[in-house]
Write a new protein. Structure first.
Length: 147
């Protein structure tokens, strides 16, 4: 699906996880753009174009959101609820990318219309494989909606 450059919004507070995710994308010849924010408040500012993200040219709508649940300021579940509760944003696929395997959180994510729920592996090779599969599915194979 690489007909145009797609944008991924990565919402992740852990610098090590952020670097690993970005490197995993780069190691798979990722040609799209990753926008990174480190907390839920910044994610909402970016998505609703507030503050430093008010200029739509500098904060284009993402084609995919990778969202950690345990992030500061506004937790990931609240961010998910706001995304899926807003007409202009609800079509953007949201993939929960977290370390939590708690069934209650998995169910809540799907109840709030997450498009996928992935658990970050601890093993580097498995983590890289997960990101490669995620990239292939969501950015190459999947047909994204018009935003």
């Amino acid at each position: 699906m690489s007909r145009k450059s797609l944008i991924v919004l990565l919402v992740e507070d852990d610098p090590d996880h952020t670097e690993l995710i970005i490197r995993s994308f780069q190691n798979t010849r990722f040609t799209h753009r990753i926008k990174h924010v480190a907390d839920g408040a910044l994610a909402l500012d970016y998505l609703f174009r507030k503050g430093e993200y008010a200029d739509a040219a500098k904060s284009p709508r993402p084609n995919l959101i990778l969202l950690d649940l345990r992030i500061p300021k506004v937790d990931g579940m609240e961010v998910l609820k706001k995304i899926k509760g807003t007409d202009k944003l609800l079509r953007i696929p949201v993939v929960i990318l977290t370390s939590s395997t708690i069934q209650k959180e998995i169910d809540a994510a799907y109840d709030n219309h997450a498009n996928s729920y992935l658990v970050k592996p601890v093993d580097f090779d498995k983590f890289t494989k997960l990101i490669r599969g995620l990239r292939c599915y969501w950015l190459e194979w999947n047909h994204n909606p018009n935003l």
